[in-house]
Design a protein around this ligand. Sequence first.
Ligand SMILES: Cc1cc2nc3c(=O)[nH]c(=O)nc-3n(C[C@H](O)[C@H](O)[C@H](O)COP(=O)(O)OP(=O)(O)OC[C@H]3O[C@@H](n4cnc5c(N)ncnc54)[C@H](O)[C@@H]3O)c2cc1C
Length: 267
Amino acid sequence: MHLTLESVTRVSPKARAFRFRSAKGAVPFAAGQFYRFVFEDDEGPFERSYSLANHGAPDDVADLLISEVEGGRATRVLWSAEPGLEVVATGPFGRLTLPEPLPERVILVAASVGLAPFLPMFDELEGPLRDGRVRVVVILGIRNPAELLAADLLHRLQTLPGFELHVCHSREMPESAGPGDHPGYVQDTLARVGVDGQSDVVLLCGNPPMVQACRELLNEQRFPRKRVRREPYVFAPRIEATRAGGPTDAERRLIAEKMAKHRRDQA
Ligand SMILES: Cc1cc2nc3c(=O)[nH]c(=O)nc-3n(C[C@H](O)[C@H](O)[C@H](O)COP(=O)(O)OP(=O)(O)OC[C@H]3O[C@@H](n4cnc5c(N)ncnc54)[C@H](O)[C@@H]3O)c2cc1C
């Protein structure tokens, strides 16, 4: 599918929203899925995956919510992109979707732009929330208050019955913290919220260490694995290595080092 960049909006110091439009009609996807985008730079074409973050959007657009990665190839292309940039995208992919029928309670856990795939889900959850057919808990991890994404939407959803928002600040709490603001990480709050293997489904999205920490917690609590869906935002080198037949030992070591650095950066 050919998509054309229509607009770029700064949504936090480190994140931007990109709206791409298809000239050929609807961009098909289920809330929570992602597309693979092909970009081009001096070294040639390369691919990166992005969740569709459409919320109340026309059906011929692909809205992306992207976090800046220092020295990143896609970051370099996108952060200097002008409207009119043309890209090829393939998809939709991924199984981080809402179960049907909806369970009694959906727990959405995200770090930073890991919120992206949950935005289209809110379109689908709003009606059932209003009717009292589902309860929704959002646990969002950010480093400081300036990184809060989709604040207006989240605060509007908070007025609905059965919607609970927890924002976990790993570095800096807001000056006037509310009852939904917590210091620390999403897994700490997930542990406090508590899960019920009969009524809950948990969806996890964001950096791989955060997704792994939540999985371990849920495993410790003997939460049924089939009630957990996850989308770790694995860095591209790992995906490229996997496609080529699996990472070598040296690549595994490199990935482990990068994950450790990432964990330190998040701390
Ligand atoms: C299924 C899926 C969906 C995704 N959806 C989104 C999305 O909606 N929004 C979004 O922002 N990203 C998303 N990502 C991540 C995205 O695909 C890219 O990996 C990310 O944008 C970085 O690409 P880059 O080319 O700028 O950096 P790269 O050139 O790939 O990386 C540059 C360097 O930074 C390291 N690195 C890469 N990513 C990170 C990171 N997040 N933190 C710290 N170090 C990093 C790399 O190991 C490398 O050393 C998703 C990933 C997957 C697998």
